[in-house]
Design a protein around this ligand. Structure first.
Ligand code: FE2
Length: 192
């Protein structure tokens, strides 16, 4: 059926590029990017097969596209059931996620204004479940979350960030309910 082929990664990248060329406001970009991701995940025929090869040690991170001017990047993440991220932020940029297959639990946190040294206060801001073909977004300061694959089967998710996300903060809960901040670098399982 031709409808299954209607929106490819190439077309998505074309539309994303136009979006960041025509808009500077992050709130506008993230809202429209979420719509585009919603279209993209209607089929997975464009996804490289290795995304479905999972890793016992943790979720995989496949780089599908990086904008040459570093205005956005597109990733596919592969998750075994039960695999999850630490509580993390996105180094000050926006993000959109979409579930191609599986089910994700997203636990959101909002960061309080100021970081005090290596500690920060985070306020829980609710948990949502993302089923297949659903999308979510994040925009600082509401940009901290834990993602967890909670379906019975594996999950594949698509992520678009407002720049190459090669490092972010992770947050470790302390006894006084504050969180200790640690920077971590992240790489790719595979690049295409
Ligand atoms: Fe994230």
């Amino acid at each position: 059926m031709t409808t299954l082929e209607r929106y490819s990664l190439k077309e998505f990248v074309r539309d994303m590029t136009k979006l960041v060329e025509e808009n500077t406001e992050e709130a506008t970009i993230v809202e429209k990017a979420e719509e585009l991701v919603g279209e993209l995940i209607k089929t997975d025929s464009w996804l490289p097969n290795p995304v479905y090869q999972l890793d016992e040690d943790g979720y995989t991170r496949h780089s599908l596209y990086r904008d040459p001017e570093n205005r956005f990047e597109v990733l596919a993440l592969g998750w075994k059931s039960g695999q999850k991220t630490p509580l993390h932020d996105h180094d000050g940029t926006w993000g959109v996620e979409g579930v191609v297959t599986g089910m994700m639990k997203v636990k959101n946190f909002v960061r309080e204004e100021r970081e005090k040294g290596e500690f920060v206060k985070l306020i829980p801001a609710g948990t949502v479940r993302l089923n297949e073909q659903s999308t979510g977004e994040l925009l600082p300061p509401a940009d901290c979350h834990i993602l967890e694959s909670v379906g019975e089967k594996m999950a594949v998710t698509i992520h678009v960030y407002g720049k190459q996300l090669n490092k972010f903060r992770i947050f470790q809960l302390q006894n006084d309910q504050s969180y200790k901040v640690k920077w971590v670098e992240v790489g790719y399982t595979k690049e295409y």
